[in-house]
Design a protein around this ligand. Sequence first.
Ligand SMILES: O=C(O)CCC(=O)C(=O)O
Length: 376
Amino acid sequence: MESLQFLGTSLSAVYHHMVMVPAPLFKRPGPQLPGNRTTTASVIRAAAALQHGAQSIPLPGPLDGDYVDGVVVDEVPIVDLAELRSSSGRAQGTQRVAAACRDWGFFQVVNHGVSIEFVHKLRKQCLDVFSLPQEQKDKVSRRSQGSQWVYDYRPNHGPLEVLQLNPWDSPQLHTCAHALNCSEDFIAVYEEANLVFRTLAMEILDILIEGLRVDAKHFQAHKKESQGVLRANYYHQSKAADQVLGLIPHVDGNLFTILHQQDVSGLEVLKDGSWIPITPRNDAFCINVADIMQVLTNDEYTSVQHRAVGPKTQARLSLAYFLTPAAGVTLVAAPELVNSLHPPRYRPFTWKDFVDASKGADRPYPSVLPFFEQRH
Ligand SMILES: O=C(O)CCC(=O)C(=O)O
């Protein structure tokens, strides 16, 4: 259990670093004017050109996308899994996903096959827990349980409550349900979540592997033995939300993460130096590449830095399923992704080494990955 509590980011790091950020970082002016559209790359080119004394900015391309500080950035990739399930859409779809993993470390999936009724049922169970009296939640909190905690609360400017469980760990589910006096439904829903999210995670893992065009054998142990951790983040509504981060910038330390943010915004990913807000979609899951996938792909896929901005007008619940790697295997890049131009970036290590490093006082932040880099 303890090792599986190192995910997404070290929670202690997050909570101890609740930080103030300057007032609104993002503007979304409307209506969109085609002439004003530009891509992230061209924004960067323009900034670089101006820095080097150019008098004019390169003309933008005609792309749709999201505004950040008055300019449009490349559209956040949305992948239709139904298309990838058809033989005609598979090859192109996997290459689109691979491009998203390289360029963004992030994409959203729709038509994923998980019933929205089930997601809402799970969300309701989590909300029921968060609405319990504090004394009851404290029975399983970090303060009372130490490393065995499943619940945590930080009363900072944008208060955040967390419920983190291993949905495959029946004794843990029963102990938690008993301590919180939850109904049998709680256990049943979490057991179903274990199946539902693992099934989706395996489908996504297959797609990520196919997109790399490498031998799937390299990932076999993770297909067999990887597990998931389910975390519910409950961000309280806060008037100071636009000055407070609910979750500070971090990268996830697992293989990849599946996240549902329903219809309240908050998640932002870092792309080419800008924080891009991810428009919430009830029908979509966000997928972000995490550190261990970056290692297995020798940096072909990149682990994305992300954060959550606290909600201003209503509370926000996000559900995150972290797929963790097989515990016993040595983590090294797929051989096809290593050559003289791309020597192995990281020394071989195990998931336990990674978790242990994350607990070290002087670990690099926001990721411990630099600790495992090889010098050539
Ligand atoms: O709440 C969110 O949107 C982000 C959650 C997250 O990054 C995490 O739990 O590690």
